[in-house]
Design a protein around this ligand. Structure first.
Ligand code: GUN
Length: 292
């Protein structure tokens, strides 16, 4: 069984990004600059955004964290996004999701200029992805593709099952794996909460991508021998024995599924780190496009 180690694969991506930044600096140009907006104080979002900022620093990017409290109005948020859109020194913008209920996420996503949308969530970028046009790929599916590439996992002609149809992970993942790409060309089944024969479908899959946010949902009896298993879940579960009071749990019951899988991602240390790698690559790409 191969452990698909996000630490190792993301370090390799980050090394290449550092080399690119060194070239930029030697050409006396400014470095890529990411603006991250965080609304409220959701613990998980705080951790993710802090990690994004830290990783920007590690590869030599500039970053600016903009915080609003939970009660911020949609208008104030939209005005800030407009200012960032018009700010020549900002290359990429991301608004950490989820947002408080009084703010319409789709309105916020559509306010970000598509060329600064490093999350690839804007309908223009999502539409290009569907049509196989050059675009910004959402960070988590992109990170998974980078992981498959790093470990040279062959996907051509394989049956991939994706559990979860979110715009952030499941749906773009289904498009990428079904696209005519080196690590694509799968036959894809996209499952969701209304799928009636999930276990039966999973048992047919050569590749399982679990992205539903339910800890330990995928058990060994649902997985075919030698399947490749990608666990996108990262739920905080109370745990009095841990210092933080919680542990991160994946959507896959790792201990038993890893005995059947030919390759599997751990949680933590798998897809989460690759998401950051995808975001960093997107930030460099939007910067390079602008500087051309
Ligand atoms: N919330 C969960 N995943 C993501 C992500 O990739 N980007 C943003 N902006 N918010 C998220």
């Amino acid at each position: 069984m191969i452990l698909l180690d996000g630490k190792v694969a993301s370090a390799s991506v980050k090394e290449k990004l550092k080399t690119e930044v060194a070239k930029i600096i030697s050409n006396k140009q400014r470095v890529p600059h990411l603006a991250a907006i965080l609304v409220g104080n959701n613990g998980a979002s705080e951790t993710y955004v802090a990690s994004k900022v830290k990783n920007c620093k590690e590869v030599g990017f500039q970053s600016t964290l903009i915080r609003f409290d939970n009660t911020v109005t949609e208008n104030v948020l939209l005005n800030k996004i407009e200012a960032l859109n018009n700010d020549e020194s900002i290359d990429g913008i991301l608004v950490q999701l989820p947002l408080p209920k009084h703010i319409q996420e789709s309105t916020v996503i559509q306010a970000i200029h598509p060329e600064k949308d490093v999350d690839g969530f804007h309908p223009i970028n999502a539409g290009k992805l569907v049509q196989g046009l050059p675009t910004i790929i959402p960070a988590t599916p992109y990170g998974i593709m980078l992981l498959l590439e790093y470990y040279n996992i062959s996907t051509k002609g394989k049956h991939a099952i994706i559990i979860g149809r979110s715009n952030i992970v499941g749906r773009p993942m289904s498009i990428l794996l079904s696209s005519n790409l080196l690590y694509g060309n799968c036959t894809v089944t996209l499952c969701h909460s209304h799928t009636t024969n999930l276990k039966e479908l999973c048992l047919q899959a050569d590749i399982v991508v679990a992205a539903l946010g339910k800890p330990a949902f995928v058990t060994a009896d649902m997985v075919k021998q030698n399947a490749v298993v990608i666990d996108v879940g990262i739920t905080r579960v109370d745990d009095a024995t841990s210092k933080k009071g919680f542990k991160l749990k994946g959507d896959v019951l790792f201990d038993e599924v890893s005995k059947k899988a030919s390759a599997i991602t751990p949680v933590p240390g798998g897809v989460g780190l690759m998401t950051i790698a995808g975001l960093l690559k997107n930030t460099l790409a939007v910067y390079q496009k602008k500087m051309r």
